[in-house]
Design a protein around this ligand. Structure first.
Ligand code: SF4
Ligand code: NI
Length: 681
């Protein structure tokens, strides 16, 4: 095997590589990471070998031509095994679960690329400015070494919620950045462990990653960072290095230069309000102590509503506040709030209202000092003290919403007007009105069945990572990522006809029980570039839909008990299949079709079509307790309506059945209907 060792190294890199090599020979203890199905992911991706001790480590090191990334990975894993994980804020190794959660944001455009910051900046302020620029340009940023304390000293908030992830105290902790890219390639990209060539091509073409280097790296660390060039990441140097193949830059142009080299394009327009606005802030929360005022959340009446108006009825960009402004509100108190958005546009339809309304949640969270949870009349909104001190008013939430709706739906909307109501009586009256409208909408959507429509919708967003993956979304089978319903797909297609969501004509029926249609097969074959010949919508066993990697849960057969179990992404424990979620997920992703396994959304479990191919929900034998609890309020009445008032209790969880043996006796004891069904295989 040809080495992927870089030959054009400067003296520092040469010395550093020697040092790494010597250290490799001194590895003495065994090591492994938790919550991953990919062992030491970089080594595993490059060679297919699971490294856990000195001999496997030296095997892989030799095989990769003394690759410095491999050396860094093994050495770091050994140190972690010896010394334990670093304390907070350092994250250390990032679990498979977290990466899968990120999956959807990597394809929907809310994360445009990845950045790594390593070393010790000369000035904390300029490092903070670089981070802010990365946040505003929709990048997900990883940090390692002296840059972390430096940012903390400048008061920068760190964590996944801020898209600034502090990996570890030493520059070598950057290996966790590389192991994420390696796992994304294996999880979503269908790269098989050991296929070095595909891994490198994948990393270079699909991983939009840049590396920014601050001063202070040792020879060893230089060698390691330089090793990342093999993955096609530009290395941007902020001084004190003989540049070699690194690109010299200054703090003010480094982000732009890096993104240009990697071809990462942003179209972000600033909104004229006194707070920053970016998806980078979407995950942050505003705690009670940080909050200036709040609305709703059970503390005061609140609601949100988006309505369509006729063109000409509304004035674009108009923001009205009815009731007191923030200045006259008591610090820390709860006030009523109504958010009413009126939109018009030639192609806007009434059907789109709920889909657009759901965006209010994202947009308010984009504000650095504003926070939003839930929807409709359950909303809970906060504005932070910090934002208040910068001059943010209720009115600015309106400006933010009006601008974001216009920016994100330019073809659809010609005018957007926002009214924010803080007057108690007006909110209470408006809320009553809104509740009537919610009910009407629910009645309309509830009535929709797969049989009522001739057209389903596809989604191929995840082809960015899983090139042959195709989701087919029907009214009764929401997408496996849980993010896209049939209505969303339909609207997305109408808004942007050449986008990732396309209509799929059902065509002639092939198999009613499994939900197989000629038209769907034809579409899937084409969209999967000929890889997948047949796809059944409702079966786990025969021609199930492909899996990309961002499924909320996995349904899989348990032939021993003639049933199907479901495990969700959040559940870390063992399942009766003998595998954890991450192990299972590792075996089915990448756009492959795996009979016996299906990636699903949680909501699909509540659909009448769930497990139709296998005889219905009566096949469901096991779910983690937490998922059962989450679905209980909706699942129990649904099972009762199907004539199984006691089935919920017959579905086992990790407490009642941890192993397949336990499960067998549990199901027999409770008389689970699956036992009497047609054999699964
Ligand atoms: Fe990916 Fe499917 Fe979700 Fe689209 S619908 S984002 S392809 S998982
Ligand atoms: Ni996906």
């Amino acid at each position: 095997m040809e080495g992927i060792f870089l030959t054009d190294v400067t003296l520092a890199k040469k010395t550093g590589n020697e040092q790494l090599k010597n250290k490799m020979a001194s590895i003495s203890r065994e090591f492994s990471y938790e919550d991953t199905a990919y062992h030491l992911p970089v080594s595993y991706a490059l060679t297919g070998i699971a490294v856990h001790d000195r001999s496997t480590a030296s095997d892989v090191f030799t095989k990769t031509g003394s690759n410095p990334l491999v050396a860094a990975e093994c050495l770091l894993a050994e140190t972690t095994a010896a010394e334990g994980k670093e304390p907070a804020p350092y994250t250390g190794f990032i679990s498979d679960t977290v990466i899968r959660k990120l999956g959807y944001s990597l394809v929907d455009g809310s994360i445009l690329g990845l950045a790594l910051l390593v070393g010790t900046p000369k000035s904390a302020e300029s490092a903070a400015a670089i981070c802010r620029e990365l946040q505003e340009k929709y990048m997900l940023t990883f940090l390692s070494g002296g840059v972390i304390p430096s940012l903390s000293s400048a008061g920068v908030k760190l964590g996944l919620d801020y898209r600034l992830i502090p990996l570890g105290s030493k520059p070598l902790h950057s290996v966790h950045f590389v192991d994420i890219v390696a796992r994304v390639a294996m999880m979503f990209g269908g790269v098989s462990p050991g296929d070095t060539h595909r891994l490198l091509t994948y990393a270079a073409e699909r991983a939009k990653a840049i590396v920014i280097v601050f001063p202070g790296l040792s020879d060893e660390e230089i060698a390691f960072v330089d090793g990342m060039r093999v993955l096609g990441f530009p290395i941007l140097s902020l001084g004190e290095y003989e540049s070699g193949d690194w690109t010299p830059a200054t703090p003010s142009d480094v982000v732009r230069t890096g993104m240009d080299i990697k071809g990462i394009r942003v179209t972000v327009t600033a909104i004229p309000i006194p707070m920053a606005c970016s998806p980078a802030f979407e995950g942050k929360s505003i705690r009670k102590e940080e909050m200036q005022v709040e609305f709703g959340g059970g503390r005061s009446p609140a609601f949100e509503l988006l309505r369509m108006r006729n063109p000409g009825e509304i004035e674009d960009g108009k923001v009205t506040v009815i009731g007191p402004e923030i200045g006259s509100m008591k610090e820390g108190a709860a006030y009523p709030l109504g958010i009413v958005i009126e939109v018009s546009g030639k192609t806007m339809k009434k059907d789109y209202e709920p889909v657009l309304e759901r965006r209010i949640h994202n947009f308010i969270n984009y504000g650095e000092g504003s926070w939003h949870v839930a929807q409709r009349d359950l909303i809970w909104v906060r504005i932070s003290k910090e934002a208040f001190s910068k001059g943010v008013k209720i009115e600015h939430l309106g400006k933010l919403l009006a601008s974001k709706f216009r920016m994100d739906f330019p073809q659809l909307l010609d005018a957007v007007a926002v009214t924010l109501i803080t007057d108690q009586d007006t909110v209470v009256a408006g809320k009553k009105e809104a509740e009537k409208i919610y009910e009407e909408r629910d009645a309309r959507i509830k009535g929709m069945h797969d049989n009522d429509v001739d057209t389903y919708y596809s989604c191929t967003l995840c082809q960015t990572f899983a090139p042959n993956h195709v989701c087919v979304i029907t009214p009764e089978r929401p997408a496996l990522c849980g993010a896209i319903s049939w209505l969303d797909g339909k609207i997305a297609y109408e808004i942007s006809p050449s986008g990732a969501n396309q209509p799929v004509e059902k065509g002639a029926l092939v198999n009613a029980q499994n939900g197989e249609f000629e038209g769907v097969n034809r579409f899937v074959k084409k969209a999967s570039h000929g890889e997948i010949e047949r796809c059944s919508l409702y079966s786990v066993m025969e021609f199930p839909m492909t899996c990309c990697g961002c499924f909320e849960a996995i349904a899989l057969m348990l032939p021993e008990v003639n049933g199907i179990m479901v495990v969700n992404r959040e559940y870390k424990g063992m399942t009766p299949s003998g595998m954890t979620f991450s192990t299972l997920a590792g075996t089915i992703g990448g756009g492959a079709q795996t009979p016996g396994f299906a990636g699903i959304s949680k909501n699909y479990i509540l659909s009448d079509r769930f497990l139709q191919g296998e005889g219905g929900i009566e096949r469901l034998v096991w779910m983690p307790a937490q998922l059962k609890e989450e679905l209980k309020p909706r699942l129990v009445p649904l099972l009762a309506a199907k004539g199984h008032p006691d089935l919920f209790e017959k579905i086992a969880d990790e407490n009642s059945a941890a192993t397949i043996e336990d499960l067998t006796s549990f199901l027999a004891r409770v008389g689970h209907p699956a036992l009497a069904m047609k054999p699964l295989m």
